[in-house]
Design a protein around this ligand. Structure first.
Ligand code: S3P
Length: 170
């Protein structure tokens, strides 16, 4: 059985959906953000601030490479919203498992992300504009990379799980 990889914008529910599915199906969950924070014993915001975004992006690539070495188990892997933007990472993700894009409208993301203090790319300025301009660069990449796309707006975790089951080996 293949791993399931959840991709999508910040706030699309990758970590929470991943946790729900992992618990219900007795699978292990890995979240690339948590993995990096644990490995380096630093918060992502601190890595961005001290070492810059490029260093964080390299940590993401290293994380996926490490997960590939240990692919004997079936995992749900939720990946940071910017990780698929590197071509190298896209190739690695295809090797790692079946890719599910959790898609959400900008208005939904805006509600979920309002007041967020953890995500460096969303701090300062107008939240709606930040989401919209990043989404413009990312949406087609997510869509092209995905094996299946699940629209998540106004859906319960159960509904999302059912759709993921339909399109994967979950
Ligand atoms: C980022 C998304 C974040 C985290 C970092 C950068 C991005 O993860 O990796 O703040 O570039 O979209 P989530 O998608 O889990 O919020």
């Amino acid at each position: 059985m293949k791993n399931i990889i959840l991709i999508g914008f910040m706030g699309s529910g990758k970590s929470t959906v991943g946790k729900f599915i992992a618990n219900k199906n007795n699978m292990k969950q890995i979240d690339t953000d948590w993995y990096i924070e644990r490995k380096h014993n630093r918060k992502i915001s601190e890595i961005f601030e001290t070492d810059g975004e490029e260093t964080f992006r390299q940590m993401e690539t290293d994380c996926i490479k490490e997960l590939l070495k240990n692919s004997d188990k079936k995992y749900i892997v939720s990946v940071g919203g910017g990780l698929p933007m590197r071509e190298e990472n896209r190739e690695l993700l295809h090797k790692l498992g079946t890719i599910v894009y959790l898609k959400a409208e900008i208005s939904t993301l805006e509600k979920r992300l309002s007041g967020d203090k953890k995500r460096p790319l969303l701090q300062g300025g107008e939240l709606h504009d930040k989401i919209a301009s990043l989404m413009e660069k990312r949406e087609s990449v997510y869509e092209e990379l995905a094996d299946i796309i699940v629209q998540t707006d106004n859906k319960s975790f159960e509904d999302i799980e059912t759709e993921i089951k339909k399109g994967t080996e979950l």
